[in-house]
Design a protein around this ligand. Structure first.
Ligand SMILES: Cc1cc2nc3c(=O)[nH]c(=O)nc-3n(C[C@H](O)[C@H](O)[C@H](O)COP(=O)(O)OP(=O)(O)OC[C@H]3O[C@@H](n4cnc5c(N)ncnc54)[C@H](O)[C@@H]3O)c2cc1C
Length: 306
């Protein structure tokens, strides 16, 4: 293992530390986390989506939180999701909402999570706001897809995520494409063992392209969520070659990452949606962003020293 891989592993390991998370919630956005997180309040998030809209960029809002083990907290998170939907509607925005099932009680009881999702999706349907179920670690992948499929029967606008690093994803994408489901394709942000995920980045990238080409030709929306210019260029060429209509795909990127590339994509006339996280539960999300690019740690250290 080289130094970068060791640092990546350490940062992903630290991302699930309960003690660090409690500390982070108490002391607020620190260490340059505001580079990746829109702010702690809904108002801060709404002003970010307005700013993005002025540049021709759509958004998906994520009220940060995950791996909740307390029922009251899961119910409170669901309420904040509903408030977020109402704030999007009141702002007259075309933003969507992204949620994590462990934030809504998946690890406590499946029926609690379903109840919370039902409440969120009813509000979303009334407000005409799209919802996406983010994909978490492999241990929760099958259950997330099961829940997605069961909710999609009543809420066909629901989208979910497929991670290119998992061996199982080609089968999942093929099945979801046949069902007409809308999906976001990502590389995958968790630490998974070689028994379930490609260890080599080159294999993940090759699988991403395979998944992309499979889903782009299906009826559901394909959200191409990556900052990888090689994959983005490949997608653009494929879209041109197959005359894929604009209504069938969008590019997606994370708030604060490759803003130059975000603007370039929009300037070329492609649809782009940016994932905008907000809230006080920023620690796990921030650590995963550092792990993706350990060079980001230098920014953190600079922030501490200054
Ligand atoms: C909209 C969106 C939603 C996502 N939802 C999920 C989800 O539900 N589940 C999940 O597991 N993962 C999710 N991810 C994260 C994803 O799995 C990857 O971890 C992340 O996108 C980095 O991979 P990449 O595709 O950009 O490619 P990489 O090969 O990692 O990066 C390509 C280039 O992008 C830039 N870059 C990438 N990450 C960073 C960073 N943190 N800081 C600075 N520059 C960076 C660098 O220039 C890098 O060379 C999401 C990503 C996006 C864009």
């Amino acid at each position: 293992m080289n130094v970068e891989e060791a640092l990546r592993s350490l940062l992903i390991g630290l991302s699930t530390s309960g003690a660090m998370n409690r500390w982070a919630k108490k002391y607020g956005l620190r260490f340059g986390a505001s580079r990746f997180v829109a702010g702690e309040s809904i108002d801060a998030a709404i002003s970010v989506i307005r700013e993005l809209a002025s540049k021709g960029i759509a958004a998906t809002l994520d009220h940060l939180g995950e791996f909740v083990s307390d029922e009251a907290e899961a119910r409170e998170s669901a309420k904040v999701c509903v408030d977020t939907i109402h704030a999007i509607r009141d702002a007259g925005s075309d933003a969507t909402l992204s949620v994590k099932l462990t934030q809504l009680g998946l690890d406590i009881r499946r029926d609690l999570c379903m109840e919370n999702m039902q409440m969120i999706l009813e509000a979303a349907k009334d407000a005409n706001v799209g919802v996406n179920i983010d994909m978490e670690d492999f241990a929760r992948c099958q259950e997330t897809l099961d829940i997605y499929r069961s909710l999609r029967r009543d809420f066909p606008f629901l989208q979910t995520v497929i991670q290119a690093y998992l061996y199982r994803s080609f089968d999942d994408v093929s099945a979801l494409a046949a069902e007409g489901a809308s999906i976001r394709i990502v590389k995958g942000a968790y630490k998974e063992p070689p028994e379930v995920a490609y260890p080599a980045k080159s294999d993940v990238d090759a699988n991403y392209i395979k998944l992309l080409e499979t889903h782009l030709l299906s009826p559901g929306l394909t959200s191409i969520a990556t900052h990888d210019e090689r994959i983005i260029d490949h997608a653009k060429a494929f879209i041109r070659r197959h005359a894929v209509p604009k209504s069938a795909y969008e590019f997606q990127m994370l708030y604060g990452i490759r803003t130059d590339l975000q603007q370039a994509i929009v300037d070329e006339g492609y649809p782009l949606r940016v994932y905008v996280p907000y809230g006080d539960d920023w620690y796990g999300y921030f650590m995963r962003r550092l792990a993706e690019r350990p060079a980001n740690v230098a920014f953190v250290l600079k922030g501490i020293v200054h």
